[in-house]
Design a binder for this molecule. Structure first.
Ligand code: SF4
Length: 364
């Protein structure tokens, strides 16, 4: 599809769009099944990047404190709780720019092995990754790698100035080279245009194969980040985005992600009708609020939905053994630094040295 065609779909009369997306959804998925994933922050805060939406960026003045990496034992406990609560997938996130080889990465590999042994789909989101690192993760039992492209190539430059859109795509390619499934989506409500939203869907839909999972996040504007004053997106924008994603990527699991805490059950019902078939469960999504498990189970009951089993979309991948050498790592390990400067991000980083009240006074 072209960008114009995707915009055309996105701009259809809303109910017409939902109806079309629902038809596509029923052709490719069981509409009563929803994949439930738990997102676990194994290393919170202290991130060197400048993503304008993120409270984990060390440079901004938010309430998120940097924490040490979780222990293997705690990760196992969390995974068991998530599994007992109906999650088929555990996604472990670390607030890193990219994976660095060494002790921390070795610890993550142990975490992946441990969760994989619990018969859960294991996903990681650890920043940029080389082909060799992807293969090490795959060998440890990783099932999916999350690396969001966030927005369109053009709008990305207005949100982040510490890494390039192309390096995001490169990481996704590296995940594919290691035979990992890909989870990649973005955020709406950051001030982007409809064209940016559709361009993001175009980039995702042109990947070959298309991502197995596409999270659609509604921005949660966190105090202290450069996007703290963005308004919550209307539910209709989320429904349009979900429906368009479903039509352009029929086989993908379209995931309702951040921003769900601000949605009503009725709003989420329309998203499920429009083709969403995955959610993140748990009271927190990394550092932002999420509906409680009880609220989600009540919603499933009302809507006649049930959680999907692990590996429901295909066989559990066979074990692999890679032989590593520096020569086999054809991907670059040095990631680019863009040359542009984002004044808003720079201002917020400076404000981080002052108290929150002083920052508010500054803005007035
Ligand atoms: S979104 Fe990820 S890379 Fe960006 S600042 Fe947050 S933790 Fe770091």
């Amino acid at each position: 599809m072209t960008l114009a065609e995707i915009i055309n779909i996105h701009e259809k009369p809303l109910l017409e769009l939902v109806f079309e997306a629902a038809k596509v959804h029923r052709l490719h998925h069981n509409p009563q099944e929803v994949q439930v994933s738990t997102l676990l922050s194994i290393k919170t805060g202290g991130c060197p990047e400048d993503c304008a939406y993120c409270p984990q960026a060390a440079r901004y003045h938010t309430d998120v404190e940097a924490e040490a990496m979780m222990t293997l034992e705690d990760v196992k406990k969390s995974a068991l709780v998530a599994k007992a609560n109906g999650s088929s997938r555990l996604c472990m996130g670390a607030a890193w720019r990219n994976i660095e080889d060494g002790e921390d990465f070795d610890q993550v590999l142990e975490m992946v092995k441990t969760v994989n042994a619990l018969d859960m789909e294991v996903c990681c989101t650890l920043g940029m990754m080389t082909e060799m690192q992807a293969k090490k993760l795959r060998q440890a039992g990783l099932y999916a790698y999350n690396h969001n492209i966030d927005s369109s190539n053009d709008f990305y430059k207005e949100i982040i100035s510490t890494r390039t859109f192309d390096d995001r795509l490169k990481t996704i390619e590296n995940a594919r080279k290691a035979d990992l499934t890909v989870c990649s989506g973005g955020i709406i409500g950051m001030g982007e245009s409809v064209e940016d939203r559709c361009a993001m869907l175009l980039t995702l839909s042109q990947m070959d194969p298309q991502p197995e999972s596409v999270p659609i996040n509604g921005l949660v504007a966190v105090k202290g980040t450069p996007l703290e004053d963005q308004n919550q997106i209307p539910i209709w924008d989320m429904i349009r985005m979900v429906a368009t994603a479903r039509i352009v990527m029929p086989n993908t699991a379209v995931r309702l992600s951040a921003g769900r805490a601000g949605m009503t059950i009725e709003g989420q019902a329309l998203c499920f009708m429009a083709g969403a078939n995955s959610i993140f469960a748990g009271d927190k999504l990394l550092t932002t609020p999420n509906p409680s498990r009880n609220a989600d189970m009540e919603m499933f009951e009302i809507l006649g939905l049930h959680p999907m089993e692990s590996f429901a979309k295909g066989d559990r991948p066979a074990d692999v053994k890679y032989v590593y050498s520096e020569q086999t790592d054809t991907s670059k390990a040095v990631w680019e630094r863009p040359k542009h400067r984002l004044e808003r991000n720079v201002e917020y980083a400076k404000l981080g040295k002052k108290s929150r009240n002083e920052a508010d006074t500054f803005k007035q």
